[in-house]
Write a protein that binds this ligand. Structure first.
Ligand SMILES: [Fe+2]
Ligand SMILES: [Fe+2]
Length: 234
């Protein structure tokens, strides 16, 4: 999606040149075809960007849940699945997504005296989440030699899921809408561009798709990729 967004920008730049030519030729400054406006409206907004990053987080939470179930039922699971998932959380969620929230959303909301209490709780949860991820990474890298290690891992995974389900739900339904209300349309649009540029710089032009592909790979390893398997037989 990021790639297509970038393609769109390139496309719009080219379109701009064509239009500039057309403008000189016709002398009509308002004769922009409607499809140009439709393309421009499709840029990824800051909230859409943050919410689809939550989608990646949600899928990792599902992976964590499956690992918890396997530990509980004494079934095997590939330790790499946990390490790779925790690395996605570290790089894409904690060091990127949460940093966006901490650098761009939280200060603006505090300055506007909006949802301050919520912001403080979310910030504390970000810090706590990082500590839990450290524990998950160090335990899963130690090869989980005995049942106590596995039980401890299960407990950290559970704490992480229990905190982040309500965390992301509260951000989607309260924090992000509140943020959109306190910034101007211009600022909102330019932040969308800034978020995308940061993502491209850190993870490449198709960074979001790369993360989604990584999550898909882990889901396939755990045999939970097939969505239809989640449909109950009733
Ligand atoms: Fe957050
Ligand atoms: Fe978030």
């Amino acid at each position: 999606m990021k790639e297509s967004s970038n393609d769109r920008r390139q496309f719009l730049k080219s379109s701009g040149l064509i239009l500039a030519g057309a403008t000189i030729f016709t002398g009509n400054l308002v004769a922009k075809p409607e499809w140009v406006f439709q393309e421009m409206e499709e840029e990824v907004s800051p909230n859409e960007d943050l919410m689809r990053e939550h989608g990646v987080l949600k899928r990792v939470l599902l992976i964590y849940q499956v690992v918890i179930d396997r530990i509980y039922s004494k079934n095997d699971f590939p330790p790499d699945a946990v390490i790779d998932s925790a690395n996605i959380i570290r790089s894409f969620i904690e060091d990127y997504h949460e940093k966006l929230e901490e650098d761009y959303l939280f200060p603006r909301l505090k300055k506007a005296n909006t949802q301050v209490e919520l912001v403080n709780v979310l910030l504390t949860q970000h810090k706590t989440g990082r500590i839990i991820t450290d524990k998950i990474l160090s335990l899963s890298k130690s090869n989980l030699k005995n049942d106590d290690d596995k039980k401890q891992l299960r407990s950290y995974l559970y704490s992480f899921i229990r905190m982040y389900n309500p965390h992301e739900a509260r951000e989607d339904t309260i924090l992000f809408p509140a943020f959109k209300k306190i910034v101007s349309k211009n600022e909102y649009d330019s932040l969308g561009e800034e978020f995308e540029e940061k993502e491209h710089k850190l993870f490449g032009e198709d960074g979001f798709d790369v993360m989604v592909n990584k999550v898909e790979g882990i889901e396939k390893k755990l045999d939970i990729y097939d969505l239809s398997k989640f449909t109950p037989k009733i």
